[in-house]
Design a protein around this ligand. Structure first.
Ligand SMILES: NC(=O)c1ccc[n+]([C@@H]2O[C@H](COP(=O)([O-])OP(=O)(O)OC[C@H]3O[C@@H](n4cnc5c(N)ncnc54)[C@H](O)[C@@H]3O)[C@@H](O)[C@H]2O)c1
Length: 359
């Protein structure tokens, strides 16, 4: 069996947890190269996972290494598109962490470059593949909910700002919570219904909590290096007539705040709520025999268990198979580009105070 040779650019938290933690379990994959501007991170990752991957400080060197088939981009957001374009120019497949890019224009450039290179592109949106999302999506496909007309996508993290790395610096990450948690919260309702055709968005972004560093789950941050939003709220309408309310916050003084992604939906026949931390439970609401009834399906696994490792495996196994078997990845770049387009629309709406429409 030929091993797929993967190089990872940006060896921080997501590279060492999701990517290396999952890919090193696959016998048909080898991590052959690591690149980080902090070389020590590559050395430590090599030691931790028992690898002897080549170490680079410049992504151009990793992307032009003929021994690399696939480049995984795990750097901060502002440089995603630049690395992807360079990798396609050098004949590599690309897995890019979310958000795909900081602008819709860059996302489109990435898709054009991928097509020109005849290579594959996917984006890290593994929350789609949590048991609760797959369950609700299956029901939606079967028509269980009837016509879904309203959805709410909520990611109010309580006090969970990623104080490590550079998440609070716009020049490096393109934005704050909307660029960080936003991609998942915008993608999930669209994935659940398979509807990626936005009509308009009205959004606001806020930084009201940026100076309140107390009690953060991930430690204190430096307010002097904080020029992004800590929360973003938006009303999205779809061409199909659906309305989607999106609420995302790193810091939020609400008791109901949960660290994970929760989506609720209302259809003409039934509805669903993801409940609990990380949205691991599902409650279905419908009328049975003339009475309101709530059903709590057993999705398997441990109650309340964070399922993200399964999500990662689901996403990355399908990604590797897509390359090996020359088929579409489970996460299509066109869908991730729509997510970036909506994020851009929310920023524009927040800046101008107007609704942004999409053609
Ligand atoms: N899919 C998910 O759920 C998920 C979760 C967390 C992070 N992410 C995404 O992963 C990316 C990285 O996030 P993180 O939490 O791992 O951040 P991090 O700060 O822990 O890691 C980023 C790494 O990139 C390195 N880096 C920066 N610029 C570089 C460059 N030009 N060349 C090479 N290396 C460079 C940094 O030194 C750092 O080690 C972000 O885009 C983030 O949105 C996705």
């Amino acid at each position: 069996m030929d091993k797929l040779r993967i190089g990872i650019v940006g060896v921080g938290v997501i590279a060492t947890t999701k990517h290396m933690g999952t890919l090193t379990k696959y016998p048909d994959v080898e991590i052959v190269a690591l690149c980080d501007i902090v070389k020590d991170k590559c050395d430590k990752a090599n030691a931790k996972f028992g690898l002897s991957a080549k170490v680079y400080a410049d992504y151009r060197d990793l992307c032009s290494d003929p021994g690399v088939d696939v480049v995984h981009i795990c750097t901060p957001n502002a440089i995603h598109a630049e690395i992807a374009l360079f990798a396609f120019d050098h004949g590599k497949h690309v897995h890019c962490e979310k958000p795909m890019a900081c602008t819709y224009e860059d996302a489109q450039k990435m898709i054009a470059a991928q097509k020109k290179a005849g290579k594959k592109l996917t984006v890290g949106l593994q929350w789609r593949f949590s048991p609760q999302c797959l369950y609700i999506r299956d029901l939606a496909k079967q028509g269980y909910f009837g016509d879904i007309y309203y959805m709410k996508s909520s990611q109010l993290r309580g006090r969970r700002l990623p104080a490590y790395g550079s998440y609070t610096i716009k020049a490096i990450n393109g934005g704050g919570m909307l660029m960080d948690g936003g991609p998942h919260s915008i993608d999930l309702p669209m994935y659940l219904t398979g509807d990626y055709e936005p009509a308009s968005v009205r959004g606001v972004t806020m930084d009201r909590m940026k100076n309140d560093v107390q009690g953060n789950d991930l430690g204190p941050w430096n307010p002097a290096e904080f020029d992004v939003e800590d929360s973003a709220f938006a009303l999205l309408t779809m061409k199909s007539g659906k309305t989607i309310y999106i609420e995302t916050a790193w810091i939020c003084n609400m008791e109901q705040a949960s660290p994970g992604m929760q989506v609720s939906l209302a259809g003409t026949k039934a509805g669903a709520d993801m409940v609990g931390d990380f949205g691991t439970g599902v409650r279905l609401l419908q009328i049975l025999n003339g009475k309101k009834a709530v059903t709590v399906p057993n999705l398997g696994g441990m109650p309340g268990m964070r399922p993200s490792y399964d999500n990662n495996d689901y996403e990355l196994r399908r990604w590797v198979d897509a390359i090996k078997q020359d088929k579409d990845p489970a996460i299509l770049p066109q869908e991730a580009a729509v997510v970036t387009r909506i994020i851009e629309g929310i920023y524009e709406s927040a800046r101008t105070g107007r609704t942004v429409t999409f053609d």
